[in-house]
Design a protein around this ligand. Sequence first.
Ligand code: ATP
Ligand code: MG
Ligand code: MG
Ligand code: MG
Length: 355
Amino acid sequence: MKIVVVYGGKSAEHDISILTAFSIIKEIYFEYYDVQPVFITKEGTWLKGEPLTGPVAFADALKLEEAPEAHFATKEGEQSTGVMINPCSIKDEDTVVFPILHGPNGEDGTIQGMFEILDMPYVGCGVLASAAGMDKIASKQLFQQVGLPQVPYVPFIKTEWNEDPEAIYNRIEGTLLYPVFVKPANMGSSVGISKADNRDELMAAIEEALKYDRRIVVEQGIDAREIECGVLGNDDVNTSVVGEVVKEVGFYDYNEKYVNNTVTLQIPAEIPEEVSHKVREYAATAFKAIDGAGLTRCDFFLTESNEIYINEVNTMPGFTEFSMYPLLWAETGINYKNLVEELIQLALKRYNEKH
Ligand code: ATP
Ligand code: MG
Ligand code: MG
Ligand code: MG
């Protein structure tokens, strides 16, 4: 069987995607799969070539980003720029696509729609779940519908802001107390998210978020622990043990996630058994609310008095060997290799059920 690993992408989370892709390629390359890497540049060009394996490839995937020509190998094992391809040309018999793309254009249903049109099996959530999971306003509305607890929020679009910012301030200040978190509705890795403690900061935060999306959500800031739970399955789901992101800072922003590395993952989280049970139940409910498939990582807040609030779902969570999602499953009894294998099997199962 051929696995087409699609990674990179026209997204602010391009670099994270490369890290994950190299972890996964490394894991499945030496197995019985025929791995075809397909790299999407930041400009949106699709490139393919032979998988680059061995120490050069895996030493520092982010360095490869500075030299995109290093992504592939020639048949002789030399580094290669690969060749430009038409996205639709990835269609082949006995091929499963493994899209390892985070954020808009990859995790939001757009590329999933292309795989549907091409009639190919692909790993992870379908069009609806990807779009609903990526859009924080849509997912909050779905979570509300199934009774999941969440912090109060105010959604609006760019046009409303441009026409009457005062009305937006009034809606926010009439519903929420500072501090608040301002987020582009469609993004990840904390890109475009800011905390605002007053109206001046709120204005700056809104302007910042608007760089990434025309849909904005402002949330009640909450002083809480951050706990996460993995979901794996299609119509029948399993949930992982619960993990905690232990921070030295209040806000788990892009730098803390990928640059400073001041965050430690506590797996399993030191929380009461009933809390863990509830979190797992909520994670499965959230998965069903968006019609998830394959995988999601569900992020929660846990207050000092053990109140649980759902924050968001990620339909293509970080997936390096050091990322929360695979580590949660390792603790639950499924190692990295088996997890990748299970995701491919779930993709095939879903595809076969439709045909
Ligand atoms: P990712 O997809 O990488 O998990 P994201 O960009 O989708 O991240 P969120 O998970 O919604 O963003 O938020 C990023 C971080 O911002 C959280 O992990 C948390 O540290 C902080 N944060 C977000 N919303 C709130 C809130 N309402 N109150 C307090 N902190 C918040
Ligand atoms: Mg997210
Ligand atoms: Mg994300
Ligand atoms: Mg998150």
